[in-house]
Design a protein around this ligand. Structure first.
Ligand code: NAG
Ligand code: NAG
Ligand code: NAG
Ligand code: NAG
Ligand code: NAG
Ligand code: NAG
Ligand code: NAG
Ligand code: NAG
Ligand code: NAG
Ligand code: NAG
Ligand code: NAG
Ligand code: NAG
Length: 830
């Protein structure tokens, strides 16, 4: 990134109606002050993307260079014809000048009713803050007249406050949240965050998050509202207690009054810089964090994770759409494509499905229930019937027109189950591939078509007199013809519509395009067993293009792998941007990682300066988080099977990301699988490769090896060293036995030596990961807990490691076996 560019700031020095004392850079204002929304009256800052702000109050951390400061004033997004009175976060320099970095809005007064140029905001003499549009019409006010307000201020955590003479708060924006939360802000019981319709239209949409007495809930509006996420407080609260949820560094915590102890919390990544979170128009609650290097606010964490991942979000596939991984389909009965629904929009869109015949409450005898097995519905509201059978559940729904579907859940052994009504059907989820101990079916109400009604009415109609009868018969004939034509039309549409194409894949590129973006595969970044990686540029974004050598795989298998990889997103996993599959060409486009792979930084072959201890710690934590996501948080458990420094990539700021999970083999969540083909790289292979079942714990072993390499700054197997020390893990065992662990610390780094005690703790964690018995190794989530200091390591583990046999001799001898690379062409090391 280049130097921070200063933005022209028109400081209103002599402007009328804008007294210097209340000018830009001041955090407070007195009564009887009027601000007019135009360039002449207010300072104004125009950003590169077309955003503009006209700040009124600013609370700057003026003693610091480049800090995030809260400001209130007018905000507009391009084309800047509509303005909001808002609180936003700006970047300020030491002179309290606003510099580049698009300002996110964290609160607004008039989200549904933007105002125009020359609108006014006034803190009146009787203490009310009033927003009027240019024509003088009242848009919004705090309603605080005659409540002895003495002034207004913006606090250093972004709260806009009207205070009285005793400095007590009379009104505050934190009591009226919009769609965002800032650190330190609480949602009290009953308060809501409501999502905006879109990034440009801030009118409230149907998603909201609220605090109830028993926890945090996310809803989508319908009658009644449906719950798609909840985090309950672990507390039996009594009588008058109130609950609040507070955004803190590292957690979103649920507190129950009067004790206000932390009763359950959702953990978040700890803050490296200023954060905020916002309920997005798709129902996700995203956390954003300022990235100083890139001067942007990237989304870093998805706070709410429903049980089945993204498929658990109500609008992911639109109304009536069924979400399977990244695909959306419309409901079919028993694969019968002459169904009841058709998709809205094109095959690439996920806009949902519309019933061919809308439900009519006048014709309830024409209602039927369409059975969808192995499908689930997100709604977490209470069941309407516990311990009932399927038929009663369905009957109850057919009897009431406001019921549009029922979900029925039952456990394998039991005939009775749990029945829940749905009055509006949002997206459904396929649970075919989820190992669950229950079964869930959804029965969707459909309206039979006009043919059935026509047939039913036929006999009655013929009873009339002859002439009307003839007319009616003619009319009927026309109706039937029209119906059949329409029917034929829908049948044809069904054929045209390929349900499988309704997928959301990573971007597909033509070979030509990738050749151009890499300038003819000119700049090679690295080479591996399966192909080479080239640097390229897609628009402004730098990318790494991996060209797989010979196409061993069919297109279908390749696409399947691309889809799996593309569906996995996490900040500690290298992101797949797109792919190309043209004739025999197979290419993958990844995000570009400027600092290359970890081995360059720890094996000292590139004259890089030794990494500091804290950087190494961060890298270890990043790898652990990436793996934890693959093992425990993904919709399907994924083992990487080839963790080694070459597959850990580093970005500009040494954030580590795990790459090449192409070798991964999906492992069933409930069961580990025996694999016949060995995968991975010698030196990093866990002992059970030779003997028993392979689970994701092989990654934990390889992780242990990588941790040891990072700590000692050498390769695990280094045949240039004397035999006694050529294998790092055996050496570790010996040093642990002799209590000389400090010998293994990287001698290149003073910083490492000065953190000796912490480094030795880290070695103990590595030893736990390196236990020969996979079952005794910690899970990656436990590893993270240890790294974060939440859990400690039992000392017995050390002895188990010491007493174990040395690593299988075969590991020492690389040529003893060859790794068979047929698992996947996507798996080549970078
Ligand atoms: C508000 O009024 C007080 C006293 O009248 C004055 O000292 C102060 O400078 C004023 N503040 C601003 C921001 O104008
Ligand atoms: C306000 O000033 C900016 C540049 O300082 C300009 O781009 C913008 O058009 C002006 N707005 C109006 C309404 O004049
Ligand atoms: C805003 O007010 C100023 C001063 O009264 C006037 O010159 C300008 O034309 C107005 N702008 C608009 C868009 O009405
Ligand atoms: C209110 O706060 C201001 C600034 O913090 C301080 O100067 C003033 O003395 C306070 N007034 C009272 C009554 O506490
Ligand atoms: C914003 O969205 C609302 C609700 O969807 C809609 O009624 C309104 O017309 C939209 N406003 C604009 C300016 O598009
Ligand atoms: C709840 O509040 C009411 C009125 O404030 C009070 O009478 C009652 O005793 C309180 N109950 C408990 C359990 O604190
Ligand atoms: C958040 O907490 C972490 C560790 O607990 C600390 O390193 C970091 O500086 C904190 N961030 C902020 C913005 O306070
Ligand atoms: C539906 O089709 C899929 C594959 O096309 C098949 O596996 C499945 O058994 C079929 N289901 C029924 C109920 O026929
Ligand atoms: C497909 O559905 C239609 C309409 O419900 C039904 O008439 C037909 O018998 C079904 N076909 C099969 C093979 O199930
Ligand atoms: C069903 O059971 C749940 C929990 O056991 C309970 O909260 C709910 O009230 C019950 N619903 C009915 C209709 O009995
Ligand atoms: C149908 O269900 C709705 C909502 O659950 C309820 O308000 C209504 O009374 C029911 N109607 C009948 C006829 O049972
Ligand atoms: C099913 O029933 C058998 C015997 O009654 C029992 O051992 C088993 O645990 C039950 N399984 C489930 C999933 O409840």
């Amino acid at each position: 990134m280049g130097p921070v560019s200063l933005f022209f700031l028109v400081l209103a020095t002599a402007a009328p109606l804008f007294s210097a004392a209340q000018g830009f850079g001041y955090p407070t204002a007195n009564l009887s002050t009027l601000w007019i929304n135009n360039n002449a009256s207010l300072p104004h800052v125009h950003y590169r993307g077309g955003l503009a702000v006209r700040p009124i109050l600013l609370r700057s951390q003026s003693n610091k260079y480049y800090s995030q400061s809260f400001a209130t004033g007018f905000f507009c997004a391009p084309p800047c014809d509509k303005f909001y009175f808002a609180v936003f976060i700006v970047q300020t320099n030491a002179d309290t000048r606003i510099v580049d970095g698009n300002p996110p809005v964290v609160w607004s007064a008039n989200r549904a009713r933007p105002v125009r140029e020359n609108a006014t905001v006034e803190l009146t003499s009787d203490g009310e803050l009033v927003l009027r549009d240019a024509d003088g019409s009242l848009v919004w006010s705090t309603g605080t007249s005659r409540r002895s307000v003495a002034g207004m201020m913006i606090t250093n955590i972004g709260n806009l406050v009207l205070f009285d003479l005793m400095n007590a708060t009379v009104w505050q924006s934190f009591d009226h949240p919009t769609d965002a939360l800032v650190p330190g802000q609480s949602l009290l019981e009953g308060m809501r965050l409501t999502a905006s319709t879109s990034a440009t239209n801030w009118t409230e949409n149907q998603f909201y998050v609220t605090v109830r007495a028993d926890g945090l809930y996310a809803y989508i509006v319908s009658a009644p509202p449906q719950i798609y996420y909840m985090a309950e407080s672990n507390d039996n609260k009594e009588g008058n207690d109130t609950t609040k949820v507070t955004f803190m560094n590292g957690s979103l915590s649920i507190f129950v009054d009067p004790k206000y102890q932390d009763m359950n919390s959702i953990s978040l990544p700890t803050a490296r810089a200023t954060q905020f979170m916002r309920l997005e128009s798709n129902g996700h609650l995203w956390m954003y964090e300022w990235n100083t290097g890139e001067e942007t606010w990237p989304a870093v964490y998805d706070v709410m994770k429903p049980k089945f991942g993204d498929c658990g979000f109500p609008t992911v596939c639109g109304e009536y759409g069924i979400c399977t991984g990244r695909k959306c389909t419309c409901p079919l009965q028993d694969n019968n494509s002459s169904g009841y629904f058709k998709p809205i929009g094109g095959p690439e869109e996920s806009l949902g499905c519309t019933p061919l015949n809308p439900i009519s409450c006048q014709e309830m005898q024409q209602h039927r229930l369409l059975t969808l097995n192995e499908v689930s519905y997100f709604d977490l509201s209470d069941h309407i019937m516990n311990e009932t059978n399927q038929d009663d559940c369905k009957q109850a729904c057919l009897k009431n027109c406001s019921c549009r579907a029922v979900t029925f859940r039952f456990y394998q052994n039991e005939t009775e189950g749990y029945c829940r009504w749905v009055t509006k059907v949002f997206s459904l989820q396929s649970i075919k591939f989820e190992p669950l101990d229950y079964n869930n079916s959804v029965f969707i109400k459909v309206q039979l078509g006009p043919s059935n009604s026509a047939a039913a009415n036929n006999s009655n109609l013929i009873l009339g007199t002859t002439i009307p009868a003839i007319i009616i018969v003619v009319l009927l004939a026309i109706a039937v013809t029209l119906y059949l034509q329409r029917r034929a039309y829908y049948d044809k549409k069904d054929e045209d519509f390929n349900f499988d194409q309704f997928a959301r894949m990573p971007a597909r590129f033509s070979f030509q395009k990738l050749r151009e973006c890499t300038q003819g595969f000119n700049k090679k970044l690295g080479e591996g067993g399966f192909g080479s990686v080239y640097e390229g540029k897609l628009g402004e974004e730098r990318v790494a293009v991996k060209r797989l050598e010979s196409a061993r795989q069919g297109k279908k298998e390749f696409l399947a792998e691309v889809e799996t990889i593309g569906s996995i997103e996490h900040i500690n996993l290298v992101r797949l941007i797109g792919f190309c599959a043209e004739k025999s060409q197979r290419l993958l486009v990844y995000e570009y990682m400027p600092r290359g792979s970890l081995d360059r930084w720890i094996h000292y072959r590139h004259n890089n300066a030794p990494l500091e201890w804290c950087t190494r710690c961060r890298i270890i934590l990043d790898i652990a988080k990436g793996l934890c996501y693959l093992h425990e948080e993904c919709r399907r458990k994924i083992a990487h099977l080839d963790i080694k420094p070459q597959n850990i990539l580093l970005d500009e700021k040494f954030n580590a990301k795990v790459a090449d999970f192409g070798l991964s083999k999906l492992i069933d969540r409930d069961q580990s699988k025996v694999m016949t083909v060995m995968r991975g790289t010698p030196g990093y292979l866990a002992p059970e490769w030779l003997t028993s079942q392979i689970t994701e714990k092989v990654d934990v072993y390889s992780f242990g090896v990588v941790v040891m390499e990072l700590i000692s700054g050498r390769k695990n197997i280094d045949n240039s060293l004397p035999e006694a020390s050529s294998n790092l893990i055996n050496l570790l065992r010996g040093k642990a036995r002799d209590n000389q662990l400090s010998d293994l610390i990287d001698k290149h780094s003073e910083d490492m030596l000065s953190h000796q005690e912490q480094v030795i703790q880290m070695m103990k964690l590595a030893m736990w990961c390196l236990l020969n018995d996979g079952c005794q190794r910690p899970s990656m989530s436990t590893v993270i807990k240890v790294l974060e200091g939440v859990t400690s390591i039992e000392s017995a583990i050390l002895n188990r490691f010491i007493d174990a046999n040395s690593v299988m001799p075969v590991q020492d001898n690389i040529s003893a076996y060859s790794v068979q690379p047929q698992a996947s062409t996507l798996s080549g090391p970078r």
